[in-house]
Design a protein around this ligand. Sequence first.
Ligand code: HEC
Length: 191
Amino acid sequence: MGCSPLLALAFALAATPPLPATSTARGGRVVQQGPTFSVGHPPPAAQSLADIDVLPDGRGLPPGRGTAAEGKTVYASRCASCHGATGREGPNDVLAGGQGTLASARPVRTVGSYWPYATSLWDYINRAMPFAQPRSLTADQVYAVTAYILHLNGIIGEADVLSAETLPRVRMPNRDGFIPDGRPHENLPRR
Ligand code: HEC
């Protein structure tokens, strides 16, 4: 006695071997899950290269160093056209000044007046600036231009050396201007 056609189909489906990552499934649909995304495995090297997060405590900062004096040259050639000679003129975002204005009728939000962590400045420049050529600066250039912007804001001296060790120790003026969000759904533990 042979099995019913429906049961035979069920066996056939169960016996189908897993599809390789790049193959297309029946009907020409691309397989969305599986080895392609390495779910449950360490990320392949190509994905690790995209992991450039720098955390407030400095985790993720690469080796390197720079001072404001060195960053002045980088700033003049790569940033000043959009952010102004002293970081205050625009035409794009104002990067310096504004300290003490946040509670006023005309708050001026800049790196110096608003940003809570100096490490975020390194991360942002490294991943996003110059606007038209992101990721084109070396680590030393990012340290140097970060130092220059902090210096323009009166936060560090011209000769202070920024590195993975010293940058997280820079205390930003508005560090305590942020409060934890008390709403329950915002307080879920970070993974
Ligand atoms: C072609 C114009 C251009 C150049 C050149 C440029 N930027 Fe920017 N920058 C922008 C624009 C536009 C924004 C706003 C981006 C946004 O809000 O998404 C910005 C935002 C920023 C911010 C965030 C300001 C804030 O308070 O939110 C920083 C910091 C910054 N740039 C630093 C730099 C540095 C350092 C350089 C040089 C290495 C640089 N930029 C070069 C156009 C430029």
